[in-house]
Design a protein around this ligand. Structure first.
Ligand code: NI
Length: 178
């Protein structure tokens, strides 16, 4: 088990456009994914992108198969490894929702996201993934894939009256690690 250091906002490595994975089902890719799983689990994250541990590759993981303590009321998102993703919004409809990020600890903000989208990519074996999702699942995918384009959620906040410290906005929420 290797919990890696999470890069925090301000680190220029979080602003890079990540490189596509060229080879699947390799020991290097499996090791990266294990580090990402360990790091996400340790921090109670809803998702994690490789750039957040300093790895410049288009790899994200998200989902838990069980409720996340940081988002106790959120619908369960299936445990997913998504590599070299492409996102296609199904229409123009956006909805607002609260987000946090392990690279922006202690803060939350309201971010508009496409409500419905299709996402495509590959798992760690190179098998194709093609899903059409909405709501929280769609939000998580957009947040994580933004990391691959060097975008952190505060860069998408429109109304900074809905941005602040988690302990103030949501007193009592079990959120010690973020
Ligand atoms: Ni994030």
């Amino acid at each position: 088990m290797t919990v890696q250091t999470l890069l925090k906002m301000g680190d220029p490595r979080l602003l890079r456009v990540a490189q596509p994975v060229q080879q699947f089902n390799t020991p290097q890719l499996q090791a990266l994914l294990q580090d990402m799983r360990d790091t996400m689990l340790h921090a109670n994250g809803a998702g994690l992108a490789a750039p957040q541990i300093g790895v410049d590759l288009q790899v994200v993981i998200f989902g838990s198969d069980e409720p996340n303590p940081r988002y106790p009321d959120a619908p369960v998102v299936p445990r997913t490894v998504l590599i070299n993703p492409t996102l296609t919004p199904l229409d123009e409809v956006q909805e607002e929702g609260w987000e946090g990020c392990l690279s922006v600890p202690g803060l939350r903000g309201v971010v508009p996201r496409f409500k419905r989208l299709r996402y495509q990519g590959f798992d760690e074996m190179g098998s194709a993934i093609d899903r059409t999702v909405e709501g929280f699942h769609a939000r998580v995918v957009q947040h994580e894939c933004d990391h691959l384009m060097g975008v952190l959620y505060p860069m998408r906040v429109k109304d900074f009256s809905q941005f602040g410290f988690t302990e103030v906005l949501f007193p009592g929420l079990d959120d010690a690690d973020d």
